[in-house]
Write a protein that binds this ligand. Sequence first.
Ligand code: NAP
Length: 262
Amino acid sequence: MSAPLLSGKVFLLVTGASRGIGKQITESFATLLGNGSVVLLIARNENGLKETAQKLPKSLSVHTASMNLSVATADELKNVVRKALGSEGATQFEKAIIIHNAGSLGDVSKPTNDMKDLTTWRNYYDLNVFSPAILNGVFMEFFNEDTKVTRLVINITSLCGIQPSKSLAYYCTGKAAREMFFKVFALENPEVNVLNYSPGPVETDMQQVLRKNLGDADGKKMFNDFKASGSVLTTEQTVNRLIEILKLQNYKSGDHVDYYDK
Ligand SMILES: NC(=O)c1ccc[n+]([C@@H]2O[C@H](COP(=O)([O-])OP(=O)(O)OC[C@H]3O[C@@H](n4cnc5c(N)ncnc54)[C@H](OP(=O)(O)O)[C@@H]3O)[C@@H](O)[C@H]2O)c1
């Protein structure tokens, strides 16, 4: 499947590329990138990142950075991006794509009345809200308007960002805040293509946690029923749909687009 937005000499940054949806996004997008493209993969698990990197076409220059995004500062992120850009810098690229995919569910056992620990809240928001906001700012500093590089920003969001779910208040509020950040960013930067993509229920570690640990019994049953009825998507299915959405370009920059949207 070709997608003009992903062709040519591209700088592609994917967070959470060590497993799950991020790993699949990296593998599927990589096949569409032009020669000389550079891919930067970030997550904590170095082996996972290396496994992803090994699967990519040899025509690409692939960099991995094992880092905990919860605590990474703007300067640390800048260094990692600068290293991957190399001496020719940002202007050598036709396109720059950043995929804010890394994320976590947080504690899924508790109702809102029991969410009283400030450190838990802060840790959750550090990874899921503050880190993508800071990384995005760093990325835009390198790929600013003056570079004339075509820019695409994809935030991996969730239905939970627009629809409440019991026992998922960390996740729902985090996804809502993160999505709104990218909507504001889209308004302020009309020349950047911004997509908030909601991937549907996808068979990854995250789904397993929901089936096993979700505090709300009805929700837990729903996730187990999804699995039993074969309704959980594969990572390939959701990433193919993402590529199709990018190809069709039927969304307005900043929109929330779900796997199931017509
Ligand atoms: N699966 C679903 O059904 C579903 C549905 C809707 C939305 N989503 C969203 O899709 C995205 C990917 O989820 P997934 O299902 O693929 O989950 P996953 O399998 O749990 O993968 C999460 C990824 O995030 C990375 N990550 C987690 N904490 C990190 C940290 N502190 N620093 C750096 N990287 C970190 C992980 O890498 P390391 O552990 O190596 O750091 C991993 O690569 C998430 O934003 C999720 O909310 C998933």
